[in-house]
Design a protein around this ligand. Structure first.
Ligand SMILES: Cc1cc2nc3c(=O)[nH]c(=O)nc-3n(C[C@H](O)[C@H](O)[C@H](O)COP(=O)(O)OP(=O)(O)OC[C@H]3O[C@@H](n4cnc5c(N)ncnc54)[C@H](O)[C@@H]3O)c2cc1C
Length: 262
C-alpha cells in the first residue's frame, strides 16, 4: 500500500459578499486579475486590518501583498483559509509524528479499538529497498505480528471476561482489540483526515518537508503542497519542490531554508 492524498475540501471566497461590504463603505478594491479565491480572501483579511482600499491601496499585486504579510510576520491572516485531505497508505509511525502538530490542524484517524486490524497492511519504508536481507527480516516481522494479533483477538474474544471488571459487550471488544493491537508495528497502514489552515501548513512544510532521512514525511508533505500550491500559489510561492537526487521530493522555502535539525 502506498501513499495517496485526496483533497476533500478547499477554501472558497464569496467575493461578491465582500464587494457588497466595500460598496457600503464606498471603497474600491483594485483586484489582481487571476488571483484565486483563497488568495483574495487572505488579501481581503489583510486589507481589512488597515482598510487599505482605494487611494490607501499600494500598487502591490496579490502575490506581492501576501508575501509582504508573511515577511512581516502578519501571518494570522493566513488562518482564514484551510484545506481538508484524506491520507491513505501512511504508517502509524508517520501519523504519530503528524499529530504532534497542535496548532491549526484537526485530525480524524482510523481507530484500532473500533476497527479490527486482521486485514491490516503495512507501509514499507523506502530505505528497506537498499537491502534484501533487511527487507526480508521486516516482512517476516510484520507477518509475525499480524499472526499474533489474530491469535490474541480470537483467543480473548472466545474467552470469558476474566478481567474482574463488569464490562459491557462493546467495552469488552475494546479491551480485546486494545490487547491485540499492542503487537502491531509502527508500519501498520492507517487512514487519516486532516484539516489544516495555510499558516499551519506553511509551518508543517517548513519543519517537515525537507528532512532527508524521513522519506514518508517528505512525500506526504510534497503531496499536500502540490494541492495547496495549485489552489493558492501566492500563499506558498516561497516554497519549491526539489528532487533529493533519488526521485524523492524535498520542500524548500527560500525564506527559511530547508531542513530542521532534530
Ligand atoms: C527534525 C525533528 C525532530 C523531532 N524530534 C522529536 C523528538 O525526538 N521527540 C519529540 O517528542 N518530538 C520531536 N519532534 C516533534 C517536535 O518537537 C514538535 O512537537 C512537532 O514538530 C510539532 O511542531 P510544533 O510544536 O512547532 O507545531 P505545532 O504544535 O503545530 O505548533 C505550531 C507553533 O505554535 C507555537 N506553539 C504551539 N504550542 C505552544 C506552546 N505550548 N507554547 C508556546 N508556543 C507554542 C510554536 O511556535 C509552534 O512552532 C521533532 C520534530 C522535528 C521536525
Amino acid at each position: 500500500m502506498s501513499l495517496r492524498v485526496f483533497k476533500l475540501s478547499s477554501p472558497q471566497f464569496y467575493a461578491q459578499a465582500f464587494l457588497d461590504f466595500l460598496r457600503l463603505e464606498q471603497k474600491v478594491w483594485n483586484r489582481t486579475p487571476g488571483a484565486t479565491g483563497p488568495e483574495e480572501l487572505v488579501e481581503a483579511a489583510g486589507r481589512i486590518c488597515y482598510m487599505s482600499f482605494g487611494e490607501k491601496q499600494s500598487p502591490r499585486s496579490n502575490e506581492e501583498y501576501i508575501q509582504n504579510l508573511i515577511a512581516q510576520g502578519h501571518e494570522s491572516v493566513l488562518e482564514h483559509v484551510s484545506w481538508t485531505f484524506l491520507l491513505i497508505g501512511v504508517s502509524r509511525a508517520f501519523t504519530h509524528q503528524l499529530v504532534r502538530h497542535r496548532i491549526g490542524f484537526s485530525f480524524s484517524q482510523l481507530s484500532q479499538q473500533y476497527h479490527e486490524e486482521t486485514e491490516a497492511e503495512f507501509v514499507e519504508p523506502a530505505h528497506l529497498r537498499t537491502s534484501p536481507r533487511a527487507l526480508e527480516a521486516w516482512r517476516e516481522a510484520v507477518e509475525t505480528s499480524k499472526q499474533a494479533y489474530t491469535i490474541i483477538l480470537e483467543t480473548l474474544d472466545g474467552s470469558q471476561n476474566g478481567s474482574g471488571l463488569d464490562l459491557q459487550k462493546k467495552e469488552l471488544k475494546r479491551a480485546v482489540r486494545s490487547a491485540a493491537r499492542s503487537v502491531l508495528p509502527n508500519a501498520t497502514e492507517t487512514k487519516i483526515i486532516i484539516t489544516a489552515n495555510a499558516r499551519a501548513l506553511r509551518h508543517f512544510f517548513k519543519v517537515r518537508g525537507s528532512i532527508p532521512g524521513d522519506v514518508e514525511m517528505r512525500e506526504a508533505a510534497a503531496a499536500m503542497f502540490k494541492v495547496v500550491r495549485d489552489d493558492a500559489p501566492a500563499l506558498f510561492s516561497d516554497f519549491s519542490l526539489k528532487d533529493l537526487g533519488d526521485k524523492t521530493p524535498m520542500l524548500v522555502s527560500k525564506l527559511t531554508g530547508g531542513c530542521a535539525e532534530g
